[in-house]
Design a binder for this molecule. Structure first.
Ligand code: SF4
Length: 218
C-alpha cells in the first residue's frame, strides 16, 4: 500500500502534469450546477454542456423547473442517456428545493442527499466544485486510479476508497486531488490502455511496473 507521503507525492505529480484539472461542466448558478451534475451521470461533460445553455435558459430557477411538464424537459435533454429518469429526478429535485429549502441549494451533504436524484457522489461534487467545501467524490476514474496506485485495498468499496483517500491526504488537498485523479484517469491511466511507458508515476506504481514486465509496449 502506498504511504501517506507517497500518496501525496503522486497527487503532486498529477498536478504538475495537469495544472488546470477542474470540472468541465458549465453552469451559472448552484442550482444549474446541481442539474449539470445530475445530467452528467453516465454521459460525457461535453454532451451535457451542449444541451445545458438552452435547458438553463428555459428553466432559470427551481420554481420554473418544479412546475415543468416532463415532456418539455425530455425534449430538451433527449440527446443524452437515461434522459427519462433524469427528467423525473430533476423535476422532483426542483420541487424539493422549492418546498423544503426555499429554492436554495443546501450546503451540506446530508441535506443534499435528501433531494431526489442526489446520491453521495453528486452531493460531494456539488460541495467540492461549486461551494469549495472539502469533499472527495469517488467516481470510476478515482476508484480505478486509487487501486492501480495501491492507495487503497484492491477490493475496497466506494465508501472505503473515499475514507482512505481522505485519511491519507490533508483536507485542503481533497478537491484538487479529486480533480487531478479524474484527469489522470481520462488521459494518462485510462481504463483499457494506461500509458505506463511514459508515466511519471511508474516508480510509485507496482501495477504499472507489473504491466511493463508483462507487456513492455504498454
Ligand atoms: Fe496508471 Fe501505468 Fe501510471 Fe500506474 S504506471 S499510474 S498503471 S499509467
Amino acid at each position: 500500500m502506498l504511504s501517506k507521503e507517497k500518496t501525496r507525492k503522486a497527487i503532486e505529480i498529477m498536478g504538475q502534469v495537469f495544472p488546470n484539472a477542474r470540472t468541465s461542466l458549465q453552469a451559472d448558478t448552484s442550482f444549474h450546477f446541481l442539474l449539470a451534475v445530475i445530467l452528467s451521470a453516465q454521459t460525457t461533460d461535453i454532451a451535457v454542456n451542449k444541451l445545458t445553455p438552452a435547458f438553463f435558459a428555459r428553466y432559470p430557477t427551481p420554481e420554473t423547473l418544479a412546475s415543468a411538464l416532463p415532456t418539455d424537459v425530455m425534449n430538451l435533454i433527449k440527446t443524452i442517456g437515461l434522459y427519462r429518469n433524469k427528467t423525473k429526478y430533476m423535476i422532483t429535485c426542483a420541487q424539493g428545493l422549492v418546498t423544503r429549502f426555499d429554492g436554495v441549494v443546501p450546503h451540506s451533504r446530508s441535506e443534499l442527499m435528501t433531494l431526489p436524484g442526489v446520491g453521495r457522489k453528486t452531493a460531494d461534487v456539488v460541495l467540492a466544485e461549486w461551494f469549495h467545501i472539502p469533499a472527495f467524490a469517488v467516481d470510476t476514474h478515482v476508484n480505478r486510479i486509487a487501486k492501480r496506485l495501491s492507495i487503497v485495498p484492491q477490493k475496497a468499496d466506494v465508501l472505503t476508497v473515499e475514507k482512505v483517500l481522505m485519511a491519507k491526504l490533508p483536507s485542503q488537498l481533497w478537491i484538487a486531488a479529486h480533480q487531478r485523479m479524474i484527469f489522470w484517469g481520462r488521459y494518462q491511466c485510462t481504463a483499457r490502455s494506461p500509458k505506463c511507458t511514459t508515466c511519471p508515476l511508474l516508480e510509485l506504481c507496482a501495477e504499472g511496473q507489473k504491466r511493463l514486465l508483462q507487456s513492455p509496449e504498454s
